[in-house]
Ligand binder design. Structure first.
Ligand code: TRP
Length: 337
């Protein structure tokens, strides 16, 4: 894998950073920085497609930048989407290369519009929610990204992105946009400890996710109360709850404890309490380091914000270059025509 391949991903400035998001996305992003040219974006424009307030949107966007930095994402790789308004200009252009039929088949729109209908938005479903995947395509294509590390739930949006890129390339008569691939690195799927048949998620409620920034006691308490017997396992098979605890242990890099407890399990001698303590210890160790980093960053908030503004301005230059060429291809500037 070469240094010059570009990776781009986006994360919503909503909800908190729980271990599901940490192991499922952020930790992977951190590793990828060692091998690729990485761009990680806080997608505040996308966050407007669900009910929001200006204050919360601004606060959550900054909060997420601080959290990503605390987790080890490099400042020069982080930017805020709205600080690169070219995404929206390319979005319009790409709208005109997007098949209405294909956009209508996006399952995330169907899920989220239902959520909006049921929530406090009084049934309001914006056109923004519908065209959301086209902005996502602009996010990716404006940097000519090769790989997009996302969850499987984003596969359909990536397929749409490739379709838009191809249609544009046909129009341009050349391979202007590389067709981006999803990077489905093997990341552990973290389930809720309160209901191990469901994915750990902020929207399910507090007991269904473990906050990376929670204090030691809270983390230990949540792990101790993890459900171990549910999950509908066949007799003799590991239950979903126990399996989830083992995945958490594995994900947190505690290989030694994982191996010895698994041996206990296989010998029929595993004490769930021991497994839970090991998981709690591992998660607490990760959380402590991140919380320390965060406390350090918060000593000078302005300096951190300035850094992100600067990286956004630097990254913006790359976006401007692509947009200029895309406009030229479309006859929107008097360069070629
Ligand atoms: N739609 C993505 C999600 O819900 C977030 C996102 C927006 C994104 N733009 C992106 C992800 C570009 C990857 C690339 O998780």
């Amino acid at each position: 894998m070469s240094q010059n391949k570009t990776i781009l991903s986006g994360i919503q400035p909503t909800g908190k950073l729980h271990f599901g998001r940490y192991f499922g996305a952020v930790e992977n992003w951190k590793r990828l920085q060692e091998e690729y040219d990485c761009l990680y974006m806080v997608v505040n424009y996308h966050a407007m497609t669900m009910p929001f307030t200006a204050k919360a949107l601004a606060e959550n966007s900054w909060e997420l930048c601080f959290n990503l930095l605390a987790c080890g994402i490099k400042a020069e790789n982080i930017f805020i989407q709205s600080l690169v308004p070219e995404h929206v200009e390319l979005n319009w252009i790409l709208n005109c290369f997007t098949g209405y039929g294909m956009l209508s088949r996006m399952t995330q729109f169907k899920d989220k519009s239902q959520q909006n209908e049921e929530s406090g938005s009084e049934g309001f479903i914006s056109a923004g929610l519908f065209t959301y995947p086209v902005l996502q395509a602009a996010d990716i294509l404006i940097y000519r990204a090769h790989y997009v590390p996302v969850g499987k739930d984003q596969e359909q949006h990536l397929e749409l992105t490739r379709n838009i890129a191809q249609r544009f390339n046909n129009f341009a008569g050349r391979e202007f946009f590389p067709t981006p691939e999803g990077l489905y690195t093997k990341v552990p799927k973290v389930m809720s400890t309160a209901d191990p048949t469901r994915k750990m998620s902020a929207s399910l409620g507090d007991k269904h996710n473990i906050d990376v920034f929670a204090d030691d006691n809270r983390i230990r308490k949540q792990v101790r109360s993890a459900v171990t017997d549910a999950g509908g396992a066949d007799a003799g098979a590991m239950s979903a709850g126990v399996s989830n605890l083992f995945s958490l242990l594995d994900a947190s890099g505690n290989a030694e404890a994982h191996a010895s407890l698994l041996a206990d399990y296989e010998a029929g001698a595993l004490q769930y309490a021991d497994l839970k303590e090991a998981v709690a210890d591992s998660l607490i160790a990760i959380s402590r380091e991140i919380r320390e980093n965060l406390a350090e960053l918060k000593k000078d908030r302005k300096a951190v914000k300035d850094q992100i503004k600067q990286s956004s301005a630097d990254i913006r230059k790359r976006a401007q270059e692509t947009l200029r060429e895309a406009k030229d291809i479309c006859g929107l500037m008097n360069v070629r025509f």
